[in-house]
Design a protein around this ligand. Structure first.
Ligand code: GLC
Length: 517
């Protein structure tokens, strides 16, 4: 593969491994399953895949609780399966990125087990965030060291038998590392090298903005703002400078994308300074409602601040966008049409795009999963009050007319809706009017223009509920309103997300136009 900065305009496909394809027949997706579907991904037309964690894990948070950073959980296969997958992905022209989880380990990680067994103040405890509670715990007084809450609900602290507390910004089974400890830093540099030596093309960094906490761990208010003692502390950037040096020391181009939730594009931009990460996810786009004004604001703020942006509509942590865009609409099925239109807008923008498995099949969020099937710690910790993220993690329907729809031979760890028979990849591949066929056409259209478009874009004048975005000779028109809008002048239509009405673009539709320039 060439030495180009491939990540700049790559279309990266997120594989939530346990729900993608199951080769072993145990109802859980695995690496061999991913490998068996590489031809499908190559035919879809993506440039790279990102694998969510497949490391040894008790699966308290779907594998984001890592017990060993240098191995593969038997549930997902072996290191030999991983090596085969890397080789085969490359043979299919696909880059491969893996997820790295540096903010916390599993509570079963040997370091945490040693920390539990060691006394207060020991070197073992210093690799994690152990603290004493306040000295006075009178009536009603808080017992935890501070007021921090877990992202999954409840306090971010759990007490151990000798009275100390440890910090976990997520589940209690995910203790936070102490990133001010040099041993932790060294360990992760070594983990990076371990996977880079196996030939991967890059990393997706979990909770990248959380590693360093403010000295003294002062109380906080919710939010990701610059004054938070939890998120985006200035010293976190030193970590990524060290990581960048490791990435750059390898042949070829190895990239890193940070999962960074911030309140502003300016904070996001700090992570992608030239000596830090290559990219960070731009969640503002995903959080924007179906509105031309909102889309334009996000696009402008992003492009003003971030040199090589990313765009993402769905991932394994949020409600699928076909469902999201239908919420509150008179007819929720409009979400799918809007999803098509948003895809064209996303693929027209400068930068790279991240797709989430199943969106190319138009899968909706599954809202009616039986409570006993749900596994998300958010659901479990909130005692069912918050549904959590299982609804976007239902295993993919590949073929056939009954569950598990070719996912594997041993059922699926979350039940699939019976009406997904209509949505299998097999069925859609044979139907030119399917979502899959549309995704293939859209990705092919983007490829055909690769290298021919400037890195910048401008706005053409458009009616208030529409956007006309121009990049060289490409104009993407998107109509978020309720009335048709007249398309701007063009030579021909390259692709549209739905039928056009003569010279007009109907509501909830987008089109790529080739213009005289
Ligand atoms: C990230 C992951 C999410 C996980 C959390 C804790 O947000 O995307 O799935 O639960 O980190 O690791």
């Amino acid at each position: 593969m060439e030495d180009s900065p491939w990540w700049r305009d790559a279309v990266v496909y997120e594989i939530y491994v346990r729900s993608f394809a199951d080769a072993s027949g145990d109802g859980v997706g695995d690496l061999a399953g991913v490998r068996s579907r590489l031809p499908y991904l190559a035919a879809l037309g993506v440039d790279a895949i990102w694998l969510t964690p497949f490391y040894p894990s008790p699966m308290a948070d779907g594998g984001y609780d890592v017990a060993d950073y240098r191995d593969v959980d038997p549930l997902f296969g072996s290191l030999a399966d991983f090596d085969d997958l890397v080789a085969d992905a490359h043979a299919h022209g696909l880059r491969l990125m893996v997820d790295i989880v540096p903010n916390h380990s599993s509570s079963t990680h040997p370091w945490f087990q040693k920390a539990l067994a060691a006394p207060k103040g020991s070197e073992e405890r210093d690799r994690y965030m152990f603290r004493d509670g306040p000295s006075s715990t009178g009536d009603g007084a808080r017992q935890e060291p501070n007021n921090w809450l877990s992202v999954f609900g409840g306090p971010a602290w759990t007490q151990v038998p000798d009275g100390q507390w440890y910090l976990h910004l997520f589940a209690p089974q995910q203790p936070d590392f102490n990133w001010r400890n040099p041993e932790v830093r060294e360990e992760f540099l070594d983990v990076l090298r371990f996977w880079l030596d196996r030939g991967i093309d890059g990393f997706r960094i979990d909770v990248a903005m959380g590693l360093i906490k403010a000295p003294g761990l002062p109380d906080t208010d919710p939010g990701f703002g610059a004054t938070s003692p939890i998120w985006s502390r200035p010293e976190v950037h030193d970590i990524y400078r060290d990581w960048r040096r490791v990435l750059d020391s390898y042949p070829g181009v190895r990239a890193a994308v940070g999962e960074v939730w911030t309140d502003s594009a300016e904070d996001l931009a700090l992570y992608v300074r030239p000596d830090e990460l290559h990219q960070s996810f731009n969640f503002a786009w995903l959080e924007a409602p179906w509105s031309a004004t909102a889309f334009r604001e996000v696009i402008d703020a992003t492009l003003r601040a971030v040199p090589a942006p990313t765009w993402v509509l769905s991932n394994h942590d949020v409600v699928r966008h076909t469902t999201r865009y239908g919420e509150g609409a008179p007819d929720p099925s409009i979400g799918l049409a809007r999803g098509y239109a948003a895809l064209l807008a996303m693929l027209a923008l400068p930068g790279s795009a991240y797709l989430y498995q199943g969106e190319e099949l138009g899968l909706p969020e599954v809202k009616n999963l039986p409570p006993e099937a749900r596994q998300d710690p958010i659901f479990i910790r909130s005692k069912g009050e918050v549904l959590g993220r299982d609804g976007c993690r239902v295993p993919l329907p590949w073929s056939g007319t009954a569950p598990p729809f070719g996912f594997g031979t041993g059922g699926s760890w979350l039940p699939q809706p019976a009406d997904w028979a209509e949505l299998t990849a097999e069925r859609q591949a044979a139907d030119p009017s399917s979502t899959l066929a549309f995704y293939r056409r859209a990705l092919a259209a983007r490829r055909a223009l690769r290298g021919a478009l400037p890195d910048t874009m401008s706005w053409l004048e458009a009616p208030s509920d529409a956007l006309f975005l121009a990049r060289g000779r490409l104009v993407c028109a998107i109509n978020c309103g309720t009335e048709p809008v007249r398309l701007p002048p063009h030579e021909r239509v390259l692709i549209s997300s739905g039928a056009l009405d003569g010279p007009d673009l109907p509501p909830d539709t987008a089109a790529w136009l080739y213009t005289a320039g």
